[in-house]
Design a protein around this ligand. Sequence first.
Ligand code: IPE
Ligand code: IPE
Ligand code: MG
Length: 258
Amino acid sequence: MSRALATTPSNSPQLLPPQLDATRLPRHVAVIMDGNGRWARQRGLPRVMGHRSGVEALKRTLRLCSDWGIGALTVYAFSTENWTRPGEEVTFLMTLFERVLERELEGLNREQVRIRFLGDLDRLPDGLRSLIDDATQRTAANTGIHFNVCTNYGGRSELVRAARRLAEQVACGDLDPAAIDEGRFSAELFTQDELDPDLLIRTSGEQRISNFLLWQLAYAELHITSTLWPDFDQEALLGALLDYQGRQRRFGSVESQA
Ligand code: IPE
Ligand code: IPE
Ligand code: MG
């Protein structure tokens, strides 16, 4: 079977490294892919070259997560605040998203990846919108990893949108306000039926959430690495997963007594 996502010379699936416990992998990994601009600057290149190189890191990470049996990968590709960047950078990113989607869709589909784009997609260029619609429809029934790309995504606007959708249902008499609970609320988020992320990785050393998955990250374990996103590789992902497996998740409770 062709491995369209592979960026290594070997086209065979990467086996789970023996250091990892297959029974304690995160079911859902979220990533703030940060540091593309700095990666480029360090090399004397324009910022956009960092974004181009970041695509390779994303392909690598998706391939590894899929091979290692992680159920869902959600990445932050473009925030609602990123529109404030210089126009040329925004245009470059939109064109890059289109090109990559066009080029990779067939391979992703063949590999059973289910792709979704989370965010306010109405503001994206028409060409990108139609590629997104096509990719979402074509891969909807796929049985492999859930790959969610947050594009024009902001956690606050997602929460406001959910509140508005519930209010509309109440206003037209379809919903009793007393029936609104956490489950009902989270069903109105872009992530809908996805489990909450178990692990959040942020590259480039910044120690903040930057308006990402504000609701869903409530109990995620955080792994912050100084590695810049384009340099994020197998060793870096392994490091994040080992860090995760060393954590004790308590969810507000106490350690179980031996
Ligand atoms: C992340 O890298 C990619 C996007 C936000 C689209 P940056 O472009 O933020 O890179 P730095 O943080 O400036 O190095
Ligand atoms: C977060 O990175 C958004 C994405 C990775 C798409 P930013 O670079 O935009 O975040 P700040 O500005 O450092 O908080
Ligand atoms: Mg940044």
